[in-house]
Design a protein around this ligand. Structure first.
Ligand code: SF4
Ligand code: SF4
Length: 79
């Protein structure tokens, strides 16, 4: 949800708004190709011990990782 510029819900643009949705990975489908890692602007996607991990606190919900995944392993969920 967008905040009204001067309304009650206004927050300073210096503070990143909490994402309404975050990306999650289906590890059963992910083939660890690494394609999504450089697509994530805040670098919220990492490989840890050969498993893909999305840092929910860093994910901005931009969805840039979802469509390019060749096996559809990334999806958005409510934050
Ligand atoms: S693009 Fe898809 S299959 Fe490749 S590492 Fe990312 S989530 Fe896994
Ligand atoms: S939705 Fe955007 S910020 Fe979140 S993991 Fe995907 S590319 Fe990164």
């Amino acid at each position: 949800m967008l905040d009204a510029p001067y309304g009650r819900r206004y927050r300073s643009p210096m503070r990143r708004a909490r994402a309404a949705e975050v990306a999650v990975v289906n590890l059963a489908a992910c083939d660890r190709c690494g394609l999504c890692l450089p697509l994530c602007p805040p670098e919220a996607i990492h490989l840890e011990f050969n498993d893909l991990v999305v840092d929910r606190g860093a994910c901005t919900g931009c969805r840039k990782c979802v469509a390019p995944c060749p096996v559809g392993a990334l999806a958005m969920v409510d934050a």
